[in-house]
Design a protein around this ligand. Structure first.
Ligand code: NDP
Length: 282
């Protein structure tokens, strides 16, 4: 079987065109959407993500406000920076780049961001809204996966979806979004018994694990759709959680790494920022 390649570059480009049009209409009525990016410390991967996000903003017409803070900043000082952006009417979205230095309380930082400006969709109010089926900012990575599935017309209703991973950033919201679209959802994690057997029940298999190429052919039912969220840097370069070469011949559709889910996360961040500006200036 030759699988359909679910191409994140194509879908993210389509999202970007839409977002740029929304930004243009905001600007036409005098609103310049603004995204504040807060980076604590000098983690090189975070620095490069932040740079890419700032470039995305520039391309699309979103103004970025950049705040680079020392790794030893206190919790109170970080809260002050966030409070400043919460109060600033030019800032419609706030992103505090994770991971943070260990001395900081992640929960408190996430909770400090105003929910309407929480374009990452990590705030408890936005996660609660997802749980309750109410509108709100959705976590960018799983939201991007949903967008990819829709772009390629993949039927979700009544399908068996298995999500490997239960993090707050990816796995948990991913399962809820699939549930919202009438999938029958199973969550798997490091304590799941017979992981390959559970995964083989999936029509749609989402791997969000962080283990290079762990998902081989024995995890995949013939004809399944396989979404690889993993980003793992190895000596051989960037690889996903799925062994693409082994799995591709069995499945009906698959995302590559790189060029799959990765570009979607940033595209959905820009889309959420445009939505935040629309909501705050309606
Ligand atoms: P976490 O480390 O927070 O979560 C990993 C999850 O995988 C946990 O729920 C863990 O289970 C589970 N897990 C770990 N090992 C196994 C195993 N051997 N068998 C079954 N389950 C296992 O990672 P994230 O959710 O933040 O990220 C997951 C991956 O997605 C990473 O590779 C990350 O780099 C990538 N990522 C990609 C993004 C993108 O833009 N494409 C954005 C965000 C993340 P347990 O809960 O039991 O510990």
């Amino acid at each position: 079987m030759t699988p359909m390649i679910i191409d994140g570059k194509t879908v993210s480009a389509a999202v970007e065109i839409e977002t740029a049009a929304r930004v243009a209409s905001l600007r036409a009525r005098g609103v310049i959407p603004g995204l504040a990016v807060v980076l604590v410390g000098d983690d090189p991967a975070s620095q490069s993500y932040v740079k890419m996000k700032e470039r995305d903003c520039e391309r699309i017409g979103i103004r970025s406000f950049d705040s680079r803070l020392s790794a030893d900043i206190s919790q109170a000082d970080l809260h002050d920076v966030i409070d400043g952006f919460n109060a600033d009417p030019h800032v419609h979205g706030i992103l505090v780049q994770q991971p943070f230095p260990r001395h900081l309380d992640v929960e408190a930082v996430v909770a400090r961001v105003s929910p309407v400006k929480d374009v990452d969709g990590f705030h408890q109010e936005n996660l609660g809204r997802l749980m309750r089926g109410l509108p709100g900012h959705r976590a960018c990575t799983p939201w991007g996966v949903m967008r990819m599935l829709d772009h390629y017309g993949i039927e979700l209703k009544g399908k068996r979806a298995v999500v490997i991973g239960r993090s707050l950033l990816v796995g948990k919201p991913m399962g809820l979004m699939l549930l919202e679209r009438d999938c029958t959802v199973t969550y798997c994690h490091s304590r799941t018994v017979d992981l390959p057997g559970v995964c083989r029940e999936a029509d749609i298999l989402v791997a969000a694990i962080g283990r290079p190429m762990m998902i081989g052919a024995q995890y995949v039912r013939e004809g399944a759709v396989v979404i690889d969220v993993g980003i793992n840097r190895t000596d051989a370069g960037m690889v996903g959680d799925v062994d693409f070469a082994a799995v591709a011949p069995i499945c009906s559709a698959i995302t590559p790494v790189p060029g799959g889910v990765g570009p979607m996360t940033r595209a959905m961040l820009m889309s959420n920022t445009a939505a935040a500006a629309e909501i705050q200036t309606a």
